[in-house]
Design a protein around this ligand. Sequence first.
Ligand code: GLA
Length: 523
Amino acid sequence: MPSRLHRTIRRFIGCLSFSLCIAGLTGAAPRALAQDDLSGYWVVKIPVGDGTTHDFYMNLKQNGDAVTGDLFLRGPDGMPLHGSFKDSKLHVEGTPPPPRPGANLRPAPFVDGIYANGKLLVEARFRQQPMKGTAERSTREAMLPPAPLPLPALHDVPDNGLARTPPMGWNSWNKFAGRITDADVRKMADAMVSSGMVKAGYVYINVDDTWELGRDANGNITSNTKFPDMKALADYVHSKGLKFGIYSSPGPLTCAGYVASFGHEAQDAKTFAAWGVDYLKYDWCSAGEIYKSTRENIQPSYQKMGDALQATGRPIVYSLCEYGDGDVWKWGSAVGGNLWRTTGDISDHWASMDKIGFSQVDISSYTRPGHWNDPDMLEIGNGGMTAEEYRTHMSLWSMLAAPLIAGNDIATMTDETKSILMNTEVIAIDQDTAAKPVELVSHEGTNEVLMRPLADGSVAVGLYNRGPQAAQISVRWDALKLHGGARTARDLWKHTAVPATGESYTATVPSHGVVLLKVSSGS
Ligand code: GLA
């Protein structure tokens, strides 16, 4: 298993090998660069355009014409560099680890540098995108993560009484990633109202990673130039009758490399509460470079923030994001969690959604009012799947009683996307107050039938075809364990009654499609 650090490095690096070219500016012959021996640690800072910099480190060893060394993104594991002087330039190359699908972080360094007066003026390129920055002398210590802080003894954080049904809302990451701005978030809040989503039950407008800047003189976390005033943004979202969410990490840096809450948990919780935050997504990320990602470390780290949020006195939904490590579903509620990610990141492809969604049935019994398994946000409307597949996505998440956090641009969505995200009959399954676990009725090849008993005594049934061809899928009525008299059944995508007689029901289900039924027995 690659470490989280290695995965992070791969995400940074993408698919390119990199080169570093350093030329002497002093006018002296290139070989005179030896007098400015570049050996040692350098920090390279590339401004990202939001007031923050993307930082990486190099440890160069110059030996005559030859240069070797390492490039570090975070922590002590570097990627080897090697190169030599030629034509006034120092050319250094390295081969990064292979890319990880769904890479979502800041660009990899692909660098030319000019050396002058103790500084490297750097031009970096990533997928043809030019970026400029500077490199300064640094130290090995500067690039290492901070020392671990002692973790608290475990106790049960009281239930905050929130999220009695799975949270519904929108989050910026899947569609906007690092490009999200205050203006976009306001637009999404407007659209949540004008599209009718709010009427269908969606209420949270959540800003994910890349809103952060740094800390002020008092150590208070600040927002970057994309988010000039977080309190004003929260007020705007509230003025629309919606709730406002934000994002941080128990590590010093978020997954995208922005400042996070390590050692500032109580202070940040207070800041979030003062801004009017109603929902916090807390993402393990760089905490994994300080502590081993095992339950003994993850649980108390999350407990710290769980306690800190409750100490603010403001009701704040607490969303744990540590990818399911240490079987979080077994202890997420003990740290005050209202929902917890159970998997790695979803991406907008059938294979990703299918793999994540259908892996959740076995842990479904851990979900209950106030405490939900979270198989990640929705990709519906982002364009990488067919409408049929997005209906399956929505149906599967609803059968699982998963949080319904839209991840698309809800201001420009098509009528088809709206009809999927706002199918109130399907949403009613998701939000069913009984929150009973989903059960596997049958599994034959790529056909799966799932059912979930509902609060009103009826049963939701999903006939899923995970295969590449249309399939006939059946369910026996007696498998649904319904009591009472005459049966009725309703197709929740066609919005029509279906025959509920005989011993079973058979539907032709398109490839990657679903037939979702609500079956009731007569009173
Ligand atoms: C992790 C999370 C994602 C998103 C990104 C932001 O990958 O799992 O949901 O929050 O970080 O950097």
